[in-house]
Design a protein. Structure first.
Length: 363
């Protein structure tokens, strides 16, 4: 003998009754006899549970773990704002954003598969490709965000350092993963700088060590280190800033990177991520003060005024700069990219020649 629930499900389907629709079921249930109401109700509950489970399974968003290049500072708003506004959710993505400690670290973590996507300096990505030609999961750049590198060399005026030539014989400081430090060989070659030494430290100590005189100069992103130096009591007017683009180093800056596995298996997710990111980026550029609220929500101890200044400085110098507007947000000039690849290959003395740098950027 057939189970009454099974029978009612078959009968309901045969009659074209939408058993997942409560209104439809109710209209048929009202007219049923007392002997048939109970199995009919059981059938509805079972079917509703099954269809609800199925619809929930199909509606699951794609999880994406995203690695920043740095701490939760002003520029992190470009990723935290679209998270807070639900733009990634609207694109069927569950995006989690984690703070980082340098571009080199972001590249290696995405390469390891710990993260699906990340934000890193393009020079660091190129160096990884050239030094790890046989790595199975080399990250790929999918969008340029910083049209120019924000890296610079900074020193206090009282040190006597005024030009790149003055760095000879000096002690430079930066975390080992710092993008400015990684790209310094290009700066040094372009400006004939030699005979210098490096001191490594944790990121929070970099500007402190400069102000204390433990190092003569530091490398870092201008919008990060300059404001950190000011926060330690040194006015900007007492700081010498040698921005890489002003000294012959016209490198593209930070890019969004992704694992080749994600690009191959779920290109729609990558496209959806970039679309949601771009939507949020437009709002961040238009209203930095509003966007910084997303950073404050993620890290409640940040100085809102300071981080708003940092975000505006980043926007003006590398995101909505004259060069960026001329080339177009997120766009790349092949000639400039080829020159950058050549500079990275030469300056970093990589294991592999320029030929290894053919697959670091999506078309």
């Amino acid at each position: 003998m057939h189970n009454p629930v099974y029978v009612w499900v078959r009968i309901a389907l045969a009659l074209g009754i939408d058993i997942a629709n409560p209104v439809t079921v109710a209209s048929h249930f009202i007219g049923a006899s007392p002997m048939t109401k109970r199995p009919f109700l059981k059938a509805f509950l079972v079917a509703a549970a099954l269809t609800g489970y199925a619809s929930g399974a199909f509606a699951q968003n794609t999880p994406i773990k995203f690695q920043l290049d740095w701490r939760f500072e002003g520029p992190a708003a470009f990723f935290l704002h679209p998270v807070a506004q639900g733009y990634f959710k609207d694109a069927k993505l569950d995006v989690t954003v984690d703070a980082g400690n340098g571009s080199g670290g972001a590249v290696t973590r995405v390469a390891s598969g710990t993260y699906d996507m990340g934000f890193a300096d393009l020079s660091a990505l190129m160096e990884f490709h050239a030094n790890n030609p046989d790595a199975p999961n080399k990250p790929v750049a999918v969008m340029v965000v910083y049209n120019n590198t924000p890296a610079s060399v900074m020193a206090l005026k009282k040190s006597g350092i005024k030009t790149p030539a003055d760095l000879a014989g000096k002690k430079l400081g930066a975390p080992v993963f710092d993008a400015g430090r990684r790209a310094f060989p290009i700066f040094a070659k372009a400006n004939n700088v030699s005979n210098f030494t490096w001191t490594a430290m944790d990121p929070p100590l970099r500007e402190t060590m400069l102000v204390r005189g433990d190092v003569d100069a530091i490398t870092g992103f201008t919008f990060t280190s300059l404001l950190n130096i000011e926060a330690r009591g040194v006015p900007a007017s007492d700081v010498v800033i040698m921005q890489y683009p002003d000294y012959g180093v016209k490198l593209y800056g930070n890019v969004i990177i992704a694992t080749p596995k994600l690009i191959k298996e779920n290109p729609a997710a990558v496209k959806a991520f970039l679309s949601a990111f771009t939507k949020g980026a437009k709002e961040v550029i238009a209203n930095p003060a509003k966007a910084i609220e997303s950073v404050k929500a993620r890290d409640g101890i940040i100085n809102t005024e300071l981080e708003t200044r940092r975000l505006k400085l980043a926007i003006d110098t590398v995101i909505n700069s004259p060069d960026a507007r001329a080339e177009g947000f997120g766009q790349v000039k092949p000639g400039r990219m080829a020159l950058m690849a050549s500079q990275v290959s030469d300056a970093f003395s990589t294991k592999c020649s320029l030929s290894c740098l053919s697959n670091f950027l999506t078309s």
